[in-house]
Ligand binder design. Structure first.
Ligand code: B1M
Length: 207
């Protein structure tokens, strides 16, 4: 579809204004919000990621693309939420200590909100202690931790240990590019999913 192709081009070019216009237009044309997210926005971000990995684009291009993607996602949120349901529970979300990547974490937050969760977003560079403090404060059902670096995913083990030491029944969900189901099991976390939509579905299963 032409509009999704244009959205892909706008995000890869880092054109936030054009991205916003195209998301608005797609919604006006009653296009499915999930289709817009998957085939227009995420497709672009995945290719930017590949090009970054292969040295074809560099940090500034990645950052402007991420900004365009985030601005489009804000416009998409109300439409995605219409497909959601009433409040389900509370999720504490954040990116692991030492890790500043937040694009995937923001998508997980968005999809959790769309499923009706109250989400407390602690941002990036979040320690195990901070996750647990916040889980206690908000009487949270789930802690959701994202990590994009092999060096920061180790914080997930600390979260599992800290939850157990605090005697909480809060479930711990983990995800992010280097994280696998095998890793999740090895640290005793409660669940891993490879993408934001399945993360929100798994979260519902914990309630
Ligand atoms: Co960085 N970076 N980066 N980076 N970056 C990666 C992750 C890397 C794989 C690139 C590479 O070298 N090939 C590599 C990590 C290598 C490794 O450890 N294995 C890397 C590196 C090395 C670094 C720096 C160290 C670079 C440097 O400075 N030398 C540095 C680290 C800074 C830090 O964190 N301390 C760094 C910095 C950056 C930017 C700031 C430029 C930028 C981040 C901007 C931002 O997030 N605001 C950036 C980006 C954008 C990337 C890539 C290109 C794209 C990541 C991304 O946003 N993908 C990435 C390469 C790649 O992945 N191909 C790379 C799109 C996003 C939608 O996917 O986050 O995977 P993702 O989320 C997915 C799923 O994983 C899942 O849902 C999402 C899709 O639906 N998911 C969950 C995510 N969290 C989940 C949680 C769940 C469940 C599912 O449950 C709780």
């Amino acid at each position: 579809m032409e509009i999704l192709k244009d959205m892909y081009d706008a995000i890869t070019a880092g054109d936030a204004k054009k991205t916003e216009e195209l998301v608005t237009l797609a919604l006006e044309q009653n296009m499915s919000p999930n289709k817009i997210l998957d085939e227009g926005m995420l497709a672009a971000m995945n290719d930017i990621g590949e090009n970054f990995k292969n040295g074809i684009v560099f940090i500034p291009e990645v950052l402007v693309a991420a900004r365009a993607m985030n601005m489009g996602a804000v416009l998409l949120k109300p439409a995605l939420m219409e497909e959601g349901v009433v409040s389900k529970g509370t999720v504490i979300i954040g990116t692991a200590k030492g890790d500043l990547h937040d694009i995937g974490k923001n998508l997980v937050r968005l999809m959790m909100e769309c499923k009706g969760f109250t989400v407390v977003d602690l941002g990036v560079d979040v320690s195990a202690e901070k996750f647990v403090e916040s889980a206690k404060e908000h009487n949270a059902d789930i802690i959701a931790c994202s990590a994009l670096l092999t060096t920061t995913m180790v914080e997930m083990q600390r979260i599992v240990d800290a939850v157990s030491e605090a005697g909480l029944s809060t479930k711990v969900m983990v995800g992010g590019a280097p994280v696998t189901d095998a890793y999740c099991k090895s640290i005793g976390a409660d669940g891993y999913t490879p993408d934001a939509t399945s993360a929100s579905e798994m979260a519902l299963g914990f309630i």
